[in-house]
Design a protein around this ligand. Structure first.
Ligand SMILES: Cc1cc2nc3c(=O)[nH]c(=O)nc-3n(C[C@H](O)[C@H](O)[C@H](O)COP(=O)(O)OP(=O)(O)OC[C@H]3O[C@@H](n4cnc5c(N)ncnc54)[C@H](O)[C@@H]3O)c2cc1C
Length: 313
């Protein structure tokens, strides 16, 4: 029998859970506090500028995710950047929309809690029940969020997952630089060993990016980001721009500069289980924090959560 499933978080884990649940014939509603889909597999657009400011590329080791990346490739939604590193086309978030196909989308909706109403679940926001037709009748709920964001929501439902306590994330300050003309620079990416910058991507060198401009993404190390977590974005840009110029050997002033803080960027300590499932409440929790700091781990965890739900409803 078709059931209604609520999935909170439309990053790759939530999208994987929705895709698998839909394929099994159930109806899904995806809630996300952002306006877009994809979570940390993200593309930032500002005017004519476009940056992959979260995940830089995906790798596919297991057969399930390899098959999905192959589908993305066949549909023109992804291409290989370098040796087994695939990027979305024209940006990292591009494959997300197809993964959500057939699901009801409730975006711009920050979920704060869950309430049991008879046999079903109601999804709550700070303003009250979320405004979507199936609300109140969800047979199961999947929480596909970074681990630290799950406890306040499940507490309201009267359940707890003790495994969340051991999960640890590293933060990441990311600086996006836009230059109006191509730079005299051949590198596709750099990993400077300077204790401050972990990774520099020549974003505009990825396949399918807009031509004629140069965009660069600079990601700070976990330690440096942690030490500057509460700094203002302008101050982060002012420090990391000269470090980028030093590392690249370039002399150029950017036409666009902004910084973004990812408080929960990369999993440092995972729960080491595919997902969590409370059979009595019919609530699952999943995300990269279950298996490791990669898009593929989030995908595998989302599929595992869907399996738990499909076996349990
Ligand atoms: C800077 C950076 C670089 C990275 N580089 C790589 C890389 O090169 N390769 C790689 O494989 N991985 C990389 N990763 C890791 C990868 O992006 C993540 O592991 C993966 O995208 C996590 O997916 P997820 O679905 O578990 O979580 P997320 O993508 O975080 O999705 C969670 C979703 O929940 C939503 N949400 C949160 N709270 C609420 C709420 N209360 N109500 C509703 N919605 C909510 C969020 O808006 C988000 O869309 C990188 C991550 C970062 C930040």
């Amino acid at each position: 029998m078709m059931q209604q499933i609520a999935i909170i978080g439309a990053g790759i884990a939530g999208l994987a859970a929705a895709r698998k649940s839909r394929a099994a014939g159930h109806a899904c509603t995806l809630f996300d506090k952002s306006r877009g889909l994809g979570g940390r597999m993200a593309t930032r657009r500002a005017g004519d500028w476009q940056f992959d400011h979260g995940a830089q590329y995906v790798t596919a080791r297991g057969p399930r995710f390899r098959a999905l990346v192959e589908e993305w490739r066949a549909a023109g939604q992804a291409a290989e950047w370098f040796d087994g590193a695939f990027v979305g086309l024209p940006g990292m978030s591009a494959p997300a929309r197809d993964m959500a196909e057939g699901a009801t989308l409730v975006t711009g909706c920050a979920v704060t809690g869950l309430r049991r109403d008879g046999a079903g679940w109601t999804v709550l926001t700070a303003e009250g029940p979320a405004d979507t037709p199936a609300n109140g009748g969800f047979a199961a709920v999947v929480l596909a969020l970074p681990a630290p964001q799950i406890p306040p929501i499940i507490q309201s439902a009267g359940i707890a997952f003790g495994e969340l306590a051991g999960v640890r994330y590293a933060p990441c300050w990311t600086v996006m630089l836009g230059f109006g003309a191509p730079l005299p620079w051949r590198e596709e990416y750099l990993r400077p060993d300077d204790g401050m910058i972990a990774w520099i991507a020549r974003n505009s060198a990825k396949p399918g990016r807009p031509a004629g401009k140069e965009t660069v993404v600079v990601q700070a190390t976990a330690d440096w980001s942690r030490g500057h977590l509460e700094a203002m974005p302008d101050a982060i840009g002012a420090v990391l721009l000269p470090r980028f110029l030093l590392a690249s050997g370039l002399r150029a002033a950017p036409d666009y500069l902004t910084a973004h803080r990812w408080r929960y960027a990369l999993v440092e300590q995972a729960a080491d289980m595919p997902c969590l499932w409370d059979a009595a409440a019919r609530i699952a929790a999943c995300g990269d924090w279950c298996l490791g700091p990669r898009v593929e781990a989030a995908f595998d965890s989302g599929e595992a959560a869907a399996d738990a739900v499909l076996n349990g409803i």
